[in-house]
Design a protein. Structure first.
Length: 63
């Protein structure tokens, strides 16, 4: 149980890093803060979904 929770926490942190990177790239390319926030939110949702699906396929999370 604790090991699965650790993997979920790692997935959330990895998704946050991806969202931060997406926001920084948007700002560097000259985007406005609202565009950076939108990019970060979309990147976070997409990467977290992908990580959970991959961990589910590997049998790390789920029943």
């Amino acid at each position: 149980m604790q090991l699965r929770l650790m993997y979920v926490i790692i997935a959330v942190l990895a998704a946050l890093v991806a969202a931060l990177a997406g926001s920084v790239v948007t700002v560097i390319e000259g985007g406005r803060p609202t565009a950076a926030f939108k990019t970060g939110a979309l990147t976070f949702a997409g990467s977290l979904t992908l990580l959970i699906v991959v961990m589910g396929a590997l049998g790390v999370v789920g029943s």
